[in-house]
Design a protein around this ligand. Structure first.
Ligand SMILES: Cc1ncc(COP(=O)(O)O)c(C=O)c1O
Length: 445
């Protein structure tokens, strides 16, 4: 690792810790999306002390408004939501782990089935990658077929990454680019086949040339379904007795009370939920039709901390509040407004943007070879105004109109400078006070 002389003089506490972290924690963090170099190398505060609503305090006590990843999508109801934390405190007082089971998991399972009446049974896990791996195991058990067709991102497990064994670029267009796979069992080659979103013909081809047992896909992320895509996938999987799994880890609770598939009126055979389900507490769910879920009893799926009580209690309270305030409507309305305002800015400044994503997860890229430089510049300038911001926003119910207006006032002046840089043909690097951010998440430009 390269350390500049005397860099300790200008680095903030978080950046100093980040350097320490990289020495003792390979990769520096357990979650790629929290790598500070994805935002603003050398300056991103990197570590937090406390949170509330959409505010984060860093280790130096500086308060920031989070208009970026909001806990990587976990906190639709805002950080440190009083009622959810209260439900968790109650569990801490009574006991989190015991030899006996907790009743909260039954209540949560019943609630999820009530919200998704096509499903009959539920299993719980604590991370999205685990939930997807569980769903795939159950689907393979149910069909007796090993091969899987995939679309979208589904975590770090071997079954998913194996799609890159035949070609290291197979997963490049599925959220994360350049996923490295050393250590993934080579004999899993040709067990997972990636298809592009909205490319039904590609899926049909995969299904006709391989004995596919399950299709695992996100309902929608950066693109909306076109030409009856979801309906066609459903019909094909039904005809071929293939288990259809919707990974709703990220899309769940953003546009409906539950899965995004409710909006499109397409019911899968299984669905997984995570991220926002516990509003910041670890809980993921796999729900499914009885005909598939019964196969859990033919295989071994079991883990100690899947039974801890905080996750289910947090999820029960989160669902209660979501239902009461209709949080999915609040965040989608704010997000559609954000998208409109980005488009307006792009027209005013004549800067071409590619705006995409669910309304509650809006994102843009500059249609320009300097996209990453401009993205870094945005984080740099917003940080000076005590905002954490980049080119995408995971919206929460605390992102009110006033805050969004302040965000756009700042963004307007940033776009002025970006346009000047574009027009003067000067090096985009000159806008930056430190290195350009690293790229990992898919970006075309
Ligand atoms: C659709 C989807 N599936 C699975 C995962 C993996 O979840 P986790 O990071 O909790 O393992 C993610 C995470 O971003 C996701 O977006």
């Amino acid at each position: 690792m390269h350390i500049n002389r005397n860099e300790g003089l200008y680095l903030n506490k978080g950046q100093k810790l980040w350097r320490r972290a990289k020495r003792i924690i390979p990769g520096g963090t357990m979650l790629f999306s929290k790598n500070p170099d994805l935002f603003l190398p050398n300056f991103w505060p990197a570590y937090f002390e406390k949170t509330k609503g959409c505010n984060i305090w860093d280790l130096e006590g500086k308060k920031y408004l989070d208009l970026s990843m909001m806990g990587i999508g976990t906190n639709i109801l805002g950080y440190s939501r009083r009622e959810v934390d209260g439900a968790v405190r109650n569990i801490i007082d009574k006991g989190n782990m015991a030899t006996l089971n907790s009743k909260e998991e039954i209540l949560l399972a019943e609630k999820l089935v009530q919200m998704h009446p096509w499903a009959g049974q539920v299993r719980f896990a604590r991370t999205g990658g685990e939930a997807a791996a569980i769903a795939v195991r159950i689907a393979r058990a149910a069909t007796g077929r090993d091969k899987i067709a995939i679309c979208g991102y589904h975590g770090w497990h071997d079954w998913y990454l194996s799609a890159n064994l035949s070609n290291s670029k197979n997963l490049d267009s599925h959220l994360m680019k350049n996923l490295l796979i050393q250590g993934v069992q080579k004999n899993l080659k040709n067990s997972a086949f990636a298809f592009e979103y909205n490319n039904f013909n590609q899926l049909k081809q995969i299904v006709s040339s391989h004995d596919i047992g399950a299709v695992v896909m996100e309902v929608s992320r950066n693109e909306i379904p076109k030409n009856n895509f979801l309906d066609n996938v459903r019909k094909l999987t039904k005809n071929k007795n293939i288990v259809l799994i919707f990974d709703e880890c990220t899309s769940g609770f953003r546009e409906t009370f539950g899965g995004l598939h409710i909006k499109y009126k397409i019911n899968p055979d299984m669905a997984t939920f995570g991220k926002a389900l516990g509003n910041g507490y670890a809980i993921n769910a796999v729900i499914g039709r009885n005909s598939v879920m019964n196969y859990v009893n033919s295989t071994f799926i079991s883990s100690t901390f899947w039974t801890e009580r905080i996750g289910s209690a947090a999820a029960l309270k989160t669902l209660e509040i979501m239902e009461k305030i209709k949080s999915w409507k609040i965040i989608s309305n704010i997000g559609s407004d954000v998208k409109k305002k980005w488009l307006q800015l792009s027209k005013i400044h004549n800067i071409k943007l590619d705006i995409k994503g669910l309304d509650a997860l809006p994102k843009f890229d500059f249609v320009n070879k300097n996209n990453l430089y401009y993205k870094t510049y945005i984080s740099q300038e917003f940080l000076k105004k005590n905002f954490l911001a980049s080119n995408s926003i995971y919206l929460c119910v605390n992102h009110n109109k006033n805050l969004i207006n302040r965000y756009f006032d700042i963004l307007d002046s940033i776009f002025v400078k970006i346009k000047q840089s574009m027009e003067s043909n000067s090096d985009a690097e000159k806008l930056l006070e430190g290195p350009v951010c690293i790229s990992g998440i898919r970006s075309k430009y």
